[in-house]
Design a protein around this ligand. Structure first.
Ligand code: T4K
Length: 366
């Protein structure tokens, strides 16, 4: 069995069977059923947010909140290219132009000193990414957004359960999107959510995700379908019972990695962020002036069946599909380019043993 970059957290088989048993009795499988309502309420409580809407995946959650914001079509959205394809694709698929801001060298989130120079009369929003679960400079982003009257939508796909100065990652900006994909700290197999404070967004988000249907004979909006089904919600209910334990196990893994790799010349670890209660979602390592390049380390690990990943390489602004975009090109974001060519995310999941971490570190250091 290879050691992959991650491995889904799951409840016991018996616990999941128990949770889904009533779905056979009721035959109610989707369309905001009992499990959906229960998970929504439990997540609002866990994440400390007034409103949460569930989705069939994180990407559609992001597209749906972009549509719900009612931003001027064709407008520019400032974002970072050091992210998964989904972030940039959502912006473009919803009819906006991504304007790529560079990242900072400490935690690889948006460089807030470079946002204002990118603002034009076409800018409608900022879409920063809490990449690897690292919290963006939310105070400064808030200040800039207020000054220029811009919306802020966070891609918080990686930041489930993270808090900053005691405030949940679900509470920053106008809205935040979470991914509950199988590879995430908290999963519903596939799944996602949007969190937000505004009461006005509740109706429009529900309309967009369920065809605008407001009653058996009332269709008030041209919506689509992005609903989470009852099996996904049941998995979420089970996984949420164990989430604190899972995060604590991940912490042990990360602490062991740090013990082994901290201070090694040419190896740069992400600094722990002040005031942040982390979720230990990813363990990125930057090989910069190390005796081996990132790609050599990747190959050495792979030859021993350890599959690390180059998250996030290539940058989204150098994707083939964006080559005609006037704002594309990795040279425009030099820090992101530098990191993307050197970063490797090492295997990290709750059940990864410390012996396996030792094996991975031995190969890297050998
Ligand atoms: N924004 C950001 C910043 C994101 O990172 C993502 C998703 C999104 C938005 C969009 O959210 P979703 O629509 O996906 O909810 C994976 C995930 O599919 C993706 O959710 C995630 N980001 C991205 C960073 O990673 P791949 O293509 O690397 O996945 P894959 O299939 O290579 O899996 C990686 C490893 O995970 C496997 O080697 C083994 C393990 N795994 C995988 C699956 C599918 C499991 O243990 N169980 C599984 O079921 O994208």
């Amino acid at each position: 069995m290879p050691i992959n970059v991650t491995r889904s957290s799951m409840p016991s088989y018996e616990e999941f069977c128990e949770e889904i048993k009533e779905l056979w009795d009721s035959r109610w499988l989707t369309n905001m059923g009992k499990k959906h309502k229960q998970l929504q309420a439990e997540l609002e409580e866990y994440l400390g947010t007034p409103h949460l809407t569930l989705y069939t995946n994180g990407h559609l959650a992001l597209e749906n909140i972009l549509v719900a914001m009612g931003l001027e079509k064709g407008g520019e959205i400032i974002t970072t290219p050091f992210t998964f394809a989904s972030t940039t694709h959502a912006i473009v698929r919803c009819g906006y132009v991504p304007v790529f801001c560079d990242i900072n060298e400490e935690d690889y989130t948006i460089d807030v000193t470079k946002i204002e120079e990118l603002i034009t009369d076409k800018t409608v929003a900022i879409l920063p990414v809490h990449v690897y679960g690292n919290i963006c400079n939310v105070e400064e982003i808030d200040r800039i957004a207020k000054k220029h009257n811009l919306k802020v939508i966070y891609d918080a796909a990686h930041a489930f359960g993270v808090t900053y100065n005691g405030v949940s990652s679900a509470c920053f900006g106008d809205a935040s999107m979470f991914s509950f994909h199988a590879t995430k700290v908290f999963n519903t197999i596939e799944g996602g959510a949007v969190t937000f404070a505004s009461d006005e967004l509740v109706q429009i988000l529900n309309d967009i995700k369920n065809f605008g249907i407001r009653g058996p004979e009332a269709v008030a909006y041209i919506g689509g379908n992005a609903k989470m089904n009852e099996f996904q919600a049941a998995m979420g209910i089970c996984n949420l019972r164990h989430i604190d334990e899972e995060i604590a196990k991940r912490q042990r893994v990360v602490e062991h990695y740090r013990l082994r790799l901290n201070g090694v010349k040419g190896i740069k670890l992400c600094a722990e962020q002040g005031g942040v209660k982390a979720n230990y979602a990813y363990f990125p390592v930057v090989f910069d002036g190390y005796k081996y390049t990132r790609d050599e380390v990747f190959d050495n690990l792979r030859s021993e069946d350890i599959i690390a990943r180059k998250y996030f390489y290539p940058l989204t602004n150098s994707f083939e599909c964006y080559k005609e975009l006037p704002t594309a090109g990795e040279d425009k974001t030099p820090v992101a380019k530098h990191i993307a060519h050197r970063v490797l995310t090492l295997p990290l999941y709750a059940d990864l043993t410390l012996e396996e971490v030792d094996k991975i570190c031995d190969i890297i250091l050998r």
